[in-house]
Design a protein around this ligand. Structure first.
Ligand code: SIN
Ligand code: CO
Length: 383
C-alpha cells in the first residue's frame, strides 16, 4: 500500500515530534487488512499480548490475554475495546502497513497495535511516551486531543489504565476509514468508537530513555571489564590530611568511568544488538534441523527468495566505506567487502533475492545460513 499527496518532508519539518496532524485518507486505495474476528482469534493465542477494556460509565476494567474464546463471545452491554499488540508480527498484511511509514528509520519503529471496539468503546484519556500514527481501518472513531503532559501530570490511581484525571480537549476530529492521526509523544488523547466495528491501527515508535541506555551500555561494559583493570597510583604523593580524597584521585577515578563510556565504536555495536533484540521471542522460525549451506545454495539457485521473519529486527551501521555491522535479533555480524552489500539489501526490504555473487561467495552463504538457523530468515520457493 502506498500514499499519494502526502508531503513527507513537510511532515518531518513541521509535525514529527512537534505537533499533531490529521491526514485525511492519503492512500492510493485504502483496504482494511484484518477483520474483527481474526483479531479476536489472535487475542486468544498464548504468545500474543492482548487486553480487553470495558467501560462502565466512568470506570474502566482491564482483562489481560490470552483471552478465552467464550469471554469474547459474551462481551456484555457496556462499551468495550479489544487491543492486540504487535499484530504486524503475525499478519503479513498488517506488517505491510508499516512500509509507507519507512520515511522514519526501522530502528525507531516498535509495532502495530490493533484495536477493535463497539460503539462508545475506547481506552480513556491518556498519553503515551512515543510517537504514534493512529490509522482508522474500519468504522469511525472520534479523537479528541489535549495538551502536552509530563511525569508530573496527575493520573488516576488505577495502575492498569493510567488515565488522566483531568482532560480538556483542544482539537476534535472524527476519523473515517483510511484517515490517519499523528500524535507526538506525551500529547493527551482520547479515542471513542462511533458505532460498532471500529478498528484502529496504532503504528507505534520507540525511543530509548537515557536511563535505559546508560543501564544497558554500562552493564555491557561491566560484563567485558577485567578484574585487573583497576585504579593505580604509582605517582602517589604524600598529602596533609590522610582523610582527604584528593582532586587528582577523583579525576583519575572519574576518567576510568567516562573513558569507558566514551567508546563510540563499542557503543554502536552494543546499541545495534540491544535495539534489535526480539521483543516477542515466541515468533520462532528456527528450523527443526539446522540447514546446510549447499542445500540453501541449491534452493536459492533454483529461484527461492529470502524472507525475513516479520518479528525479526534487521538494521546496520556503516563502520567504514567497505564494511557494515549488521544486527539481527540481538546478534551482530561484521560484514565487509562482498557481504556488506548483501547485509544492506537484507535491511532494505522484507524479502530479497540472492545475487549470483552471493551464491559464489562462501562468506555470503555463511551469513545467510546463520540467519536462517537463528530463525530470522526463511527460504520461500518462488510462486
Ligand atoms: C485505541 O486504538 O483505542 C488506542 C490507541 C491509543 O490511544 O494509543
Ligand atoms: Co494512546
Amino acid at each position: 500500500m502506498q500514499f499519494q499527496n502526502f508531503d513527507i518532508d513537510g511532515f518531518l519539518r513541521d509535525y514529527w515530534q512537534k505537533k499533531p496532524l490529521l491526514i485525511r485518507n492519503p492512500w492510493v486505495e485504502w483496504v482494511n487488512p484484518i477483520e474483527g474476528d481474526e483479531l479476536a482469534w489472535l487475542a486468544c493465542e498464548e504468545e500474543v499480548e492482548a487486553r480487553l477494556i470495558t467501560r462502565k460509565r466512568d470506570r474502566w476494567a482491564v482483562e489481560h490475554g490470552p483471552l478465552a474464546e467464550a469471554r469474547l463471545q459474551r462481551t456484555g452491554k457496556n462499551p468495550w475495546t479489544l487491543l492486540v499488540q504487535a499484530v504486524d508480527q503475525h499478519v503479513p498484511e498488517v506488517a505491510a502497513l508499516i512500509a509507507p511509514f519507512r520515511f522514519i528509520p526501522d530502528w525507531r519503529i516498535d509495532d502495530v497495535m490493533v484495536s477493535f471496539a463497539v460503539d462508545g468503546g475506547g481506552v480513556g484519556p491518556h498519553f503515551d511516551q512515543y510517537d504514534v500514527f493512529l490509522l482508522q481501518g474500519a468504522g469511525r472513531r472520534r479523537w479528541r486531543l489535549g495538551g502536552a503532559c509530563d511525569a508530573s501530570t496527575p493520573l488516576a490511581s488505577n495502575e492498569d489504565v493510567r488515565l488522566l484525571t483531568h482532560f480538556e480537549a483542544t482539537q476534535d476530529w472524527v476519523l473515517e476509514p483510511g484517515d490517519i492521526l499523528y500524535v507526538p509523544p506525551r500529547v493527551a488523547h482520547d479515542g471513542i468508537a462511533i458505532g460498532d466495528g471500529c478498528m484502529t491501527y496504532s503504528i507505534g515508535f520507540r525511543a530509548p530513555s537515557r536511563g535505559d541506555l546508560i543501564e544497558g551500555w554500562s552493564a555491557s561494559l561491566v560484563e567485558q571489564a577485567s578484574a585487573d583493570d583497576r585504579y593505580v597510583d604509582p605517582d602517589l604523593q604524600r598529602q596533609d590530611n590522610a582523610g582527604e580524597i584528593s582532586r587528582a584521585a577523583l579525576d583519575r577515578l572519574h576518567a576510568m568511568v567516562t573513558e569507558a563510556l566514551q567508546d563510540r565504536e563499542g557503543f554502536a555495536r552494543w546499541f545495534g544488538a540491544y535495539n534489535s533484540a526480539p521483543k516477542y521471542p515466541d515468533m520462532d522460525w528456527t528450523p527443526e534441523e539446522p540447514v546446510d549451506l549447499e542445500d540453501v545454495r541449491d534452493a536459492l539457485d533454483a529461484g527461492a527468495i529470502l524472507c525475513r521473519n516479520p518479528a525479526s529486527r534487521f538494521s546496520f551501521y556503516r563502520q567504514d566505506e567497505k564494511s557494515v555491522a549488521l544486527f539481527v535479533d540481538g546478534e551482530c555480524f561484521d560484514c565487509s567487502g562482498e557481504i556488506a552489500a548483501l547485509a544492506e539489501r537484507l535491511c532494505a526490504q522484507a524479502q530479497c533475492c540472492a545475487h549470483p555473487d552471493d551464491l559464489a561467495s562462501h562468506a555470503a552463504m555463511t551469513l545467510i545460513v546463520a540467519l536462517i538457523n537463528q530463525g530470522s530468515l526463511a527460504l520461500e520457493e518462488e510462486a
